[in-house]
Design a protein around this ligand. Structure first.
Ligand code: SF4
Ligand code: SF4
Length: 181
């Protein structure tokens, strides 16, 4: 598996004072290593369960994400958390901006799979906190799309099944909620 070269930052005190403005703007982007099976591959079972939960979605970069690409790739997939207000809408294209499903005002980030983009965001208040675009890339999203390219076929299949899996999970959640009313 191709692994990243982004620096990882932590400034828990600053982020605690801030309360997670970045998480309220949009979720960070996952890289394959965030889903490692511990043996150099991707844990596809964990990813399938995550997509079925509706808490994670497969999103895509429009066009060829490779800095030296020849335009032969029409779209390139990557993985990221859902937007909280879209969690109950298991259909249609995933919205791109809004509060991350894993953001909790009291506890901060609640996923043990905190995406690489979130970890590489440099706390820099009162200025803007940013993950600088790596050389050759417009942003981290484009970079993630390139890192996920070796897994394009698996992600496309998961994306195709994703709506069905998420819809199934949504129906089950709805049933359980009704049963407990
Ligand atoms: S990275 Fe910046 S915006 Fe995000 S929680 Fe930390 S201080 Fe706030
Ligand atoms: S995964 Fe965690 S750190 Fe990343 S945007 Fe969501 S709540 Fe914030």
């Amino acid at each position: 598996m191709k692994t990243h070269s982004l620096p990882v930052y932590t400034d828990a005190a600053m982020c605690r004072r801030c309360g997670g403005l970045c998480c309220m703007r949009a979720p960070g982007i996952s890289f394959p290593e965030d889903w490692s099976d511990g043996a150099g591959g991707v844990d596809w079972r964990a990813l399938e369960v995550a997509i079925a939960s509706g808490r994670w979605v497969i999103d895509w970069w429009e066009g060829d994400p490779r800095p030296d690409g020849d335009g032969t790739i029409a779209e390139a997939y990557f993985v990221r958390p859902s937007i909280a207000h879209a969690y109950f809408l298991p259909y249609g294209p995933p919205p791109i901006a809004g509060v991350c499903i894993f953001h909790d005002e009291e506890r901060g980030c609640t996923t043990p799979r905190r995406p690489l983009e979130c970890r590489s965001l440099e706390p820099n208040l009162p200025h803007s906190c940013e993950t600088p675009a790596p050389p050759g890339f417009k942003n981290v999203k484009q970079m993630a799309a390139v890192y996920w390219l070796p897994h394009h076929a698996q992600l496309r299949e998961l994306e195709r099944q994703g709506s069905r899996l998420a819809a199934q999970a949504w129906i089950e959640r709805h049933r359980e909620e009704k049963a407990h009313r």
